[in-house]
Design a protein around this ligand. Structure first.
Ligand SMILES: [Ca+2]
Length: 613
């Protein structure tokens, strides 16, 4: 080592001491400057610059806790915020150690967006409106408009092939990708007249009412969404035969599970053709011309509205390795919004809980906007995680002792909060806690989604969550379709309030379980209004559905009522494989539990109830 080197290192070391002694925080503000020091009076402008500064401090041997304070405003992320081992703190294994926290400044709304704002819409003619289903009394309303205005904007990056998106939000509300039947039609789905998948998987065609079909200008971009028993599939059209009433689907195709596949009578709709744009709130993106067309809802002024489309699939990733985990890293008070989910090859063929077949053999979990691997002792607290194209949060391999608490998760196309890895003693996530979250309106596209998913993840606590308005199951626990031992054991699923679930597909429940999970307690959960939609077409929906191989649960003090099927159901398992105590299970749909029912304290704990307001 040269003398010059030694001097440089000594200088760096003394700088690090100076910095760490007085700067345990780094400030970021939309009005900041990335060449600034990152102090409270001279904040940087971007989270990525703050991350560079934080890394330098940590690499220089920072001894104190470090806080990255984000001040109010929207930060449009050019790429995901990716945290590696060099971005975290230290972990003494007892909940202590040096913390690194990324937090919103007190009482300031901080948005980390994976989207891009779209402006410059211009009028582009009108479309005739269909007659409303019900007329208001003539003296109480102005004459109904017969047409609605269209607006368009040219998006050069789309035309150049650099951008494509499948979601659009107008003033925070999800707009409808042009479809038929319309989202607000009654019924909002049509019914398949037949379905065929060749046994060698070489061809897959659906038969539909002829009036649904046309020689659409962008045939290869049109997508068909079919509601199967407990999940959906969504595939692109390859060719259409209007006279025969058939649509051939683009491959590759997968072999469906026999009772969860398209067949005659299944509900379906068609999406993403210019010809389907015929009602307020619908939009269409022409990938060839780059023109985005939108028909505003009543009251929306596109000169004023905030229109956002997603650019990123992932917003935040915590990416440790088996040799070096990310430790003691915390996200607090941030709004993580706007993500896309590019279609898988061959489309989405939903298997269960947003796991999907891709091609013939491969299946995997749907990407999530926030993902962690090998994260230990980290947390996501008080965040809003919303307006997403895939799932919201997924903790995977090697994630131990992490906490997700006090988050509001909504307007998500896939699952809400999830934890699960391989059935492997070393890699399966252990001892994670999911508490006091408000999870609602997930599965807004992929109807087989669940609010909270626990796969192979021993010792998971799912406690005091408020879970509602979901197309399928509220909380799903386990991932083994028989009663053989796995790593799963010792979960605590307690005091969750779950209602208005199973609103679209079937064969699930408020809580759904799979496999042998000894020492697991399902306790104090308040489950009601488990729905049955007119489009459900298979097995019943229940308060708790113990599915294949479910065994080893202590079921105590739960309150279950107003369930479309029986409060409890068993499939390929039996009641005496579990222990039972003090549950209130009401089969009569008109029955109400007593005010002092055992699960009356379920749902968000007092400190978190503001999340439900
Ligand atoms: Ca339409």
């Amino acid at each position: 080592m040269t003398r010059l080197h030694n001097i440089a290192i000594a200088a760096l070391a003394s700088l690090a001491v100076l910095v760490s002694a007085r700067a345990e925080s780094i400030h970021v503000a939309p009005t900041g400057d990335d060449s600034a020091a990152g102090s409270a009076s001279a904040p940087v402008a971007t989270p990525h610059r703050a991350q560079e500064l934080a890394r330098k401090l940590i690499a220089a041997g920072l001894k104190e806790d470090l806080t990255v304070v984000l001040h109010g405003g929207t930060y449009y992320l050019p790429r995901p915020l990716s945290f590696g081992p060099g971005d975290g703190g230290s972990d003494d294994g007892k909940g202590g150690g040096r913390r690194v926290t990324w937090t919103a400044a007190p009482n300031e709304r901080v948005i980390l967006s994976g989207g891009r704002r779209i402006a410059g819409f211009a009028p582009a003619g009108t479309i005739p409106l269909k007659a409303p289903a019900t007329e208001a009394p003539a003296d109480k309303k102005a004459p109904a408009a017969k047409t609605a205005a269209l607006y368009q904007v040219d998006l050069g990056d789309v035309k150049a092939g650099r951008w494509d998106f499948r979601q659009l939000w107008v003033d925070g509300r999800r707009a409808v990708r042009a479809r038929t039947p319309d989202m607000d039609a009654d019924p909002r789905y049509d019914r398949l007249l037949g379905a065929e998948l060749k046994t060698d998987l070489s061809a897959h065609a659906l038969k539909m009412p002829k009036e649904r079909l046309a020689k659409w200008a962008n045939l290869g971009d049109v997508e068909v969404i079919v509601l199967n028993n407990w999940a959906t599939c969504q595939k692109r059209a390859e060719s259409v035969d209007v006279d025969a009433g058939t649509v051939a689907l683009a491959g590759p195709h997968a072999k469906y599970f026999s009772s969860n596949r398209p067949r005659k009578g299944n509900p379906f709709f068609l999406e993403n053709a210019r010809e389907f744009l015929d009602s307020r709130g619908e939009w269409y993106l022409d990938r060839k011309s780059g023109v985005l067309t939108y028909c505003p809802r009543e009251g929306e002024d596109l000169a004023r509205c905030e229109v956002i489309a997603p650019v990123l699939t992932r917003l935040v990733e915590i990416a440790g390795t088996q040799a070096a985990a990310v430790r003691n890293l915390h996200l607090r008070g941030l709004a993580l919004l706007h993500s896309d989910l590019p279609p898988a090859e061959g489309g989405h063929e939903g298997r269960q809980a947003c796991f999907r077949y891709g091609g013939d053999k491969v299946s995997g979990s749907m990407p999530a906007a926030v993902t962690a691997e090998h994260a230990v002792g980290c947390s996501i607290v008080e965040c809003e995680i919303a307006h997403l194209g895939g799932s919201a949060v997924l903790l995977r391999d090697g994630c131990h002792r992490n906490v997700m608490e006090g988050n509001r998760v909504h307007d998500v196309e896939g699952n809400g909060l999830g934890v699960g890895g391989p059935n492997d003693d070393t890699l399966a996530p252990r001892g994670n806690r999911i508490s006091n979250n408000h999870v609602h309106h997930c599965g807004v596209r992929y109807l087989g989604a669940v609010g909270i998913w626990v796969g192979f993840a021993p010792g998971t606590i799912v406690s005091h969550n408020l879970v509602h308005d979901l197309p399928y199951t509220g909380i799903s626990v386990g991932w083994q379709w028989n009663a053989l031992s796995t790593v799963n054991a010792g979960h605590l699923i307690d005091d969750n309030h779950i209602f208005d679930v199973m609103k679209e597909v079937s064969d699930g429940g408020g809580i759904y379980t799979l496999g042998f999970q000894p020492g697991t307690r399902i306790r104090g959960n308040w489950i009601h209004d488990v729905q049955r939609s007119p489009f459900a077409h298979a097995a019943p929906n229940n308060g708790i559905f113990f599915d294949e191989g479910s065994k080893g649960f202590a079921v105590e003090r739960n309150t279950i009522y107003r369930t479309s099927g029986k409060p409890i159901r068993f499939n390929q398992c039996q009641k005496d494989w579990h222990s039972w105590k003090e549950n209130v299970l009401l089969e009569d749909p008109a029955a109400e539990p007593p005010a002092t029912h055992p699960a009356k304290d379920a749902g968000l704990e007092k400190a978190w109830r503001k999340l439900a307001q």
